[in-house]
Write a protein that binds this ligand. Structure first.
Ligand SMILES: *Cc1c(COP(=O)(O)O)cnc(C)c1O
Length: 449
């Protein structure tokens, strides 16, 4: 068993039992008895181990991973540099709390974030544990720096599940329902969502910007706004890619009004979109960028990176936390970042992104339930509709995901209307395996009546 576990897994799909198999079924029962029923389960099998883009389950099924733990394992499962760094760090020390005894790994991750994030100005960073915690801190920093309170967020936005970030997240079910009251001073604006606006990209950008700036002026007052927080491509909301001009327009409005422009790059960061950060696409230089997911290949870590004068404006000991920037997570991050740079995974994201978008666009021509193919780089999605209308087709989404999972291809859902399928493979996935995953997806779509 153990010696078997040491050899790398073949990058091949191989289904040897029903999904879930008997061992997974038994573990699912055990889980039911011990774990709160509140937690979902996208793939109903228990994992034994993973390598590259293959998940091996406890029944011996090899499943193609087109989710990467929600854009976390961008460097692939079992990445050598991550594992080596983590092992070395565990042997040295596991925790001191950076505010009690500092260590180099934390500083190195901050240096990497300051260097890699967009913005040709002096930057500084702090490290936290989760995406939500990064957003919480970004808002704290913006409020303290501006001495203002209002925070502008967007329809379809997702920023986490803590009290403040629930308020910032758009979708009620399942994220907010029954969990109120929510933090005050959060104002939600319309999102430039071309597919559900009028289809015309330029018009959508212009109309949305006019509407948003008008609403901010009339309903909040630009001078009361501490921060505008937006995902450069919305993740959970359905991979909504704003039309050209929208993000620069918002960033300009923020600048003119002394508002801190915060790009939430928790899902889009670290090469995912075919650029190190999605804000680069239109040369947007956010005042603050939040990062997490892809930063450390699965170890809990997040970052808040911003203009030095903003990041340094907080009083001494105003930010922190027991575990933020844990040394093992920092070691993993340094391994992941080194891999992204040395293996040129940013370029690779474009390559596999093209394979995905070509395949998905070909499917859209054949199957009228696909209303739109969208995304950038290795962040691609399809929005499913009832043919002949724009009406969301969430039944099709469920059926397609189930079909794929039964065939050993893990894909995941997204979208305010539960009608989007998103593809987030590890950036290292081999092309044959990716094409095989896409052909299973096509068979799933073809099976929808
Ligand atoms: C996942 C996500 C978060 C929350 O991150 P957690 O680590 O789950 O708290 C915030 N923003 C975006 C854009 C995300 O995708």
């Amino acid at each position: 068993m153990y010696s078997e576990a040491k050899s790398p897994l073949a990058q091949k799909r191989n289904i040897v039992t029903a999904i879930p198999g008997p061992k997974s079924q038994a573990l699912i029962e055990r889980r039911k008895d011990a774990v709160s029923a509140s937690l979902g389960m996208a793939l109903p099998v228990f994992i034994e181990r993973a390598d590259g883009a293959i998940i091996l389950d406890v029944d011996g099924n090899s499943i193609i991973d087109l989710a990467a733990g929600i854009a976390v394992v961008n460097v692939g499962h079992g990445n050598t540099k991550v594992i080596e760094n983590v092992k070395r760090q565990i042997d040295a020390f596991t925790h001191t709390c950076f505010m009690i005894v500092p260590y180099l790994g934390y500083v190195e991750v901050c240096e990497a974030l300051n260097r890699l994030t967009p913005g040709k100005f002096k930057k500084k960073s702090v490290l936290m544990n989760s995406g939500a915690e990064a957003l919480e801190n970004a808002v704290k920093i913006a409020r303290s720096y501006t001495k203002r309170q209002a925070v502008v967020v967007f329809e379809h936005g997702y920023h986490g599940r803590t009290n403040l970030t629930m308020a910032m997240t758009a979708k009620n079910m399942p994220y907010k329902d029954s969990f109120g009251p929510f933090a005050p001073e959060i104002y939600r604006m319309p999102m430039a969502y071309p597919f559900r606006w009028n289809g015309d990209q330029a018009k959508c950008a212009q109309e949305a910007l006019e509407m948003i700036t008008h609403k901010i002026e009339k309903e909040i007052g630009g001078k009361n706004v501490a921060a505008i927080v937006i995902e450069p491509i919305q993740g959970e909301g359905g991979f909504i890619v704003p039309p050209k001009g929208f993000l620069p327009g918002l960033a300009n409005y923020a600048k003119e009004n002394g508002i801190v422009f915060i790009a939430d790059e928790v899902q889009t960061g670290f090469g995912r979109t075919g650029q190190m950060f999605a804000s680069e696409d239109e040369n947007v230089e956010p005042d603050i960028i939040t990062t997490a997911k892809g930063i450390a290949a699965g170890l809990p870590l997040s970052g808040v990176t911003g203009r030095a004068e903003i990041m340094d404006s907080i009083h001494l000991s105003g930010l922190g936390g027991t575990y933020g920037g844990n040394p093992i997570a920092c070691a993993a991050a340094l391994g992941a970042i080194e891999t992204i740079e040395s293996e040129n995974l940013v370029e690779r994201a474009n390559k596999i992104g093209k394979i995905m978008s070509d395949a998905l666009n070909a499917m859209m021509k054949k199957y009228p339930i696909i209303g739109e193919v969208r995304g950038r780089g290795a962040m691609q999605a399809i929005e499913l509709i009832k043919p002949g209308s724009n009406e969301p087709n969430s039944e099709a989404q469920l059926a397609i995901i189930k079909f794929c999972i039964n065939q050993g291809v893990l894909i995941i859902s997204a979208g305010t209307y539960a009608n989007v399928i998103r593809l987030l493979p590890p950036l290292t996935i081999n092309e044959d395996l990716l094409r095989e995953g896409l052909s299973v997806l096509e068979a799933a779509i073809a099976s929808i009546k």
